[in-house]
Design a protein around this ligand. Structure first.
Ligand code: AQP
Length: 334
């Protein structure tokens, strides 16, 4: 039976790429009626420095973002990672399965560690191993993510394969990444060659889910583009990364295809397209922002939801972890 798992780091605010590439698709999976488990990966967040008060706030805000976007804590399991100890426990076992050479090929580590990799945390290096544990702890079959996570999902399958092979078992499943739709890679509004990211130093590069209507309109107005009008087919967006990005954002927000968007706006310039995009974004995002604000006024209720979700997650994880320890040869006698 299908079981969906995915997670987002509680760092800064949710940005439009996280929403369109991940959260919105989490909601679509929930609507299919399959088992859905969505995590707030606070253990991943601390692989780079997080102020404790900011981390607590970002964790609650991400929970509020999940719920405000349509995730229902009754239908989906919503929780923060550190409340289920199995994530860290399985990650240790995977640290002993994964090879250093495999980790050295992970491009996200290279991007995030930058030039001074000697000074990155060991946790940042081991990040993909913890991510494999997040997924396999639940024997998840499907993982909706953005394009940037593809390599980590491949590593997850490699770890599962090696574990199964080393211990002569058929225990961990081969997880399918689900990377689809117009929004698998939303780009920065300032640079069409960089992905939109929560941690980009320029706030102008992204739309935050907490931005108000004026801010959203202003950011789209200032978004980098080229002087050409929109083409009449998507092939015409080739070599126009900024234009293509705005069309993709419009399509994802409107639940349509980039093709349909260029057909509608063919021959019109960005002077017309950008305000239409801003209006659409405000219409879709401001109800979410309002609901997030309402939820954030009751932090105890958010904590209660996360605690309840963690209990339900742990009930699935505990027997899988116990079986895994048994396969490895650990005595469990208390
Ligand atoms: N630009 C994007 N387009 C589409 N999907 C995206 N995702 C992130 N950026 C884009 C997807 O969002 C999910 C959660 O990401 P994460 O918080 O775990 O880490 P990240 O991928 O590193 O996201 P950010 O926003 O870039 O955060 P920082 O700056 O903190 O690293 C994932 O499914 C991801 O694919």
């Amino acid at each position: 039976t299908p079981r969906v798992f995915s997670g987002i780091q509680p760092t800064n605010h949710l940005q439009l790429g996280n929403y369109l590439g991940a959260v919105k698709r989490f909601v679509e999976m929930q609507a299919k009626g399959v088992e859905t488990i969505y995590c707030i990966v606070d253990l991943h967040a601390i692989t780079t420095w997080q102020d404790p008060a900011d981390l607590r706030h970002a964790t609650r805000e991400l929970a509020a973002g999940y719920i405000a976007s349509g995730l229902d804590p009754k239908r989906s399991i919503l929780f923060n990672q550190s409340q289920v100890p199995g994530h860290a426990q399985l990650a240790w076992i995977f640290n002993c399965v994964v090879r250093v050479g495999w980790m050295n090929r992970m491009t996200q580590f290279k991007d995030k560690a930058g030039k001074n990799a000697e000074n990155a945390s060991l946790g940042l290096y081991a990040y993909p191993s913890l991510m494999a544990a997040d997924i396999l702890l639940y024997h998840a079959t499907h993982v909706p993510v953005g394009e940037d996570q593809k390599q980590h999902l491949e590593l997850t399958r490699d770890i599962a394969t090696k574990f199964n092979h080393d211990f002569g078992v058929d225990f961990f499943p081969m997880t399918e990444p689900v990377i689809e739709g117009a929004a698998t890679r939303i780009m920065s509004l300032r640079d069409g060659s960089k992905k939109m990211s929560k941690s980009d130093p320029s706030d102008q590069s992204r739309i935050n889910l907490t931005d108000d209507a004026d801010m959203i309109a202003q950011k789209f107005r200032k978004a980098r583009t080229d002087p050409e009008p929109l083409p009449d087919c998507v092939e015409g967006l080739k070599d126009r990364p900024e234009a293509k990005n705005l069309v993709n954002i419009y399509a994802a927000l409107a639940d349509t295809t980039p093709d349909a968007v260029v057909t509608e706006f063919a021959g019109r310039g960005f002077g017309a397209f950008k305000p239409a995009l801003a209006d659409l974004a405000v219409a879709k995002l401001s109800p979410i922002a309002d609901e997030m604000k309402r939820l954030m006024a009751e932090p105890d209720e958010i904590d209660r939801i996360l605690g309840n979700g963690a209990e339900r997650a742990d009930a699935i994880a505990a027997p899988i972890l116990a079986k895994c320890y048994d396969i490895v040869g650990m005595i469990r006698s208390r």
